[in-house]
Design a protein around this ligand. Structure first.
Ligand SMILES: Cc1cc2nc3c(=O)[nH]c(=O)nc-3n(C[C@H](O)[C@H](O)[C@H](O)COP(=O)(O)OP(=O)(O)OC[C@H]3O[C@@H](n4cnc5c(N)ncnc54)[C@H](O)[C@@H]3O)c2cc1C
Length: 496
């Protein structure tokens, strides 16, 4: 088996494989350390928007989280700890970027080309992450900008921002964490805002020594805390998926939060969203709005359109001088980069297969024509209000059952999702999507693909997702078996 990626998805898969008694597997990672997106995102202020005790594996609780919301460095350290405690490093091949995976229909295995060599695997678990490959808009003039340019997920810590004129592009989850951190240091900060986000207070505090001791000595208290955090979100999600009108109440709270920090009515008008709260990700911060009121900050309510020498130019014509441009412009999400590198049974890549239909899968995991290939955080598995670790663990249950079914079938077999099952699953998902705030909220978000279809979000509770992925329904798959000729060739080769 080959697992790709060493974020929560890849490390979680490795733990579950070992627990299922599978030891003959490798984990391929293009970087030189574990941590996934929590290794790559080290920008100032980088932190999680889900409380620490819920943003962890259920099988590896951490009684020692120092804060109610974890910073990047603590999550990264947690993943390092998981890799050590579960002795996963022996399976990991670092500096091994998967360049291409090609299904071998004769042999019923995947031929994998990596930057460190070739291998073949009966089953591939692709955990390359939904927010892993940064997206920088292709702006006219960017190549001739004389200053520094970087993306939030590739922060250049050697570049000193002190006293510099900095353009920050975007007002998503990363940008609103970055702005308050760098504002006191920079000379001038120009923020390019295409759409204002809804921002709610962040109820973050240090977890006391007493609480931590309690969690350490009475582990059920950690589970209780996690259960409470999960339960609240499980109830809340009904407003997102079934009753978006109820979110109007929360909008009023968000507006009060803004009014407390932003006294200037003109700035408040710029920062007030014109779409339903929840349609785009709700952001949490106590410092973002205060930072925007500082004298060295300009908010440009327009997207960045072009760069003219050292001048950054907004779509509305606003111009500003900049020494550095920081892009908080998100990731390749609906155009999953690994899809271009996976070649299925008919010789087409997954990206080609998805070109017309948009990203689609069976139960967020498998794709028709790509046998024995499972993805973690595949199409329509994202959450708008809870922890992705819950989704990942559900998908790992599915992976373990997939392997159990393969074992039960016996011999060299592969499971290929039936096109009709994929269609039925997606009709179900898209039907439920119609009522959700992500469809009715009146916004354009990174949850939507180029054709406006939501191919990223799961339109239900995590309990429903868990139940849908508890086991593999064999009738949704075609069972492929090795041909007699291939068996003979394999035996001859093994003998030689
Ligand atoms: C700044 C930020 C904040 C976030 N906050 C939250 C939050 O508050 N709550 C929440 O639930 N989620 C949050 N997320 C989402 C986060 O992506 C998921 O929660 C989770 O960490 C994804 O884990 P993963 O293992 O699937 O992917 P990743 O952590 O992205 O790991 C993917 C790994 O695959 C490797 N890889 C990719 N392509 C290849 C290749 N071709 N060959 C070899 N290796 C490859 C990458 O190097 C990486 O190590 C946040 C993400 C970011 C970026």
């Amino acid at each position: 088996m080959a697992v790709v990626g060493t974020g929560f998805g890849g490390l979680g898969a490795a733990v579950r494989l070992r627990r299922a008694g599978v030891t003959d597997f490798v984990v391929l990672e293009r970087a030189d350390s574990v941590g996934g997106t929590w290794r790559d995102n080290s920008y100032p202020g980088c932190a999680c928007d889900v409380p620490s005790h819920l943003y962890a594996f259920s099988f590896a609780p951490n009684p020692d989280w120092p804060r109610t919301f974890s910073g990047q460095e603590h999550i990264r350290a947690y993943l390092d700890h998981v890799a050590d405690v579960f002795r996963l490093r022996r399976h990991i091949r670092f500096n091994s970027e998967v360049k291409r995976m090609t299904w071998n229909s004769e042999r019923l295995w995947w031929d994998i080309e990596t930057s460190s060599g070739r291998l073949c695997a009966d089953v591939v678990v692709s955990a390359t992450g939904p927010l892993s490959d940064p997206r920088i808009p292709d702006l006219p003039g960017i190549d001739s900008f004389p200053g520094k340019v970087f993306h939030s997920a590739r922060w250049d810590h050697d570049y000193d921002l002190r006293g510099k004129r900095v353009a920050v592009v975007g007002t998503g989850a990363s940008a609103i964490q970055i702005v308050p951190e760098i504002q006191p240091r920079v000379g001038r900060l120009t923020l390019f805002q295409r759409t204002p986000p809804w921002v709610m207070p962040r109820v973050d505090r240090a977890i006391s020594g007493i609480e931590r001791r309690l969690h350490r000595h009475l582990p059920f208290t950690t589970r209780l805390r996690r259960g409470f955090l999960w339960g609240v979100r499980e109830v809340q999600v009904q407003a997102f998926t079934r009753h978006p009108g109820e979110l109007g109440l929360v909008e009023r709270m968000a507006k009060r939060n803004m009014a407390r920090a932003v006294k200037d009515p003109a700035l408040r008008a710029k920062l007030t969203p014109d779409y339903r709260l929840g349609c785009k990700r709700i952001l949490l911060s106590n410092t973002y709005y205060p930072a925007l009121t500082r004298p060295n900050v300009d908010v440009v309510a327009s997207s960045l359109a072009e760069i003219d020498g050292s001048t950054v130019v907004a779509a509305d014509g606003t111009r500003a001088e900049a020494d550095a441009i920081v892009f908080g412009t998100g990731f390749h999400v609906t155009d999953m980069p690994i899809a271009e590198r996976v070649v299925g049974a008919d010789g087409r890549t997954l990206a080609d297969t998805w070109a017309e239909s948009g990203m689609r899968s069976l139960r967020g995991a498998s794709a028709a024509g790509f046998p024995n290939w499972l993805t973690i955080i595949g199409p329509n598995t994202g959450l708008g209000n809870s922890s992705m670790i819950l989704v990942i663990e559900s998908q790992l249950n599915y992976m373990v059952d997939f392997l159990r079914q393969l074992g039960a079938l016996g011999g060299r077999v592969a499971l290929d999702a039936r096109p009709a099952a994929v269609t039925a699953w997606n009709l179900r998902v898209q039907e439920r999507m119609k009522r959700t705030v992500w469809s009715t909220g009146g916004c354009t978000s990174w949850y939507l693909d180029a054709s406006g279809r939501n191919t990223t979000i799961w339109p239900g509770t995590t309990t429903e997702f868990r139940s849908a992925t508890r086991r593999v329904h064999l009738d949704e798959y075609e069972v492929l078996r090795e041909t007699t000729k291939a068996t003979e060739t394999r035996k001859t080769e093994a003998g030689a």
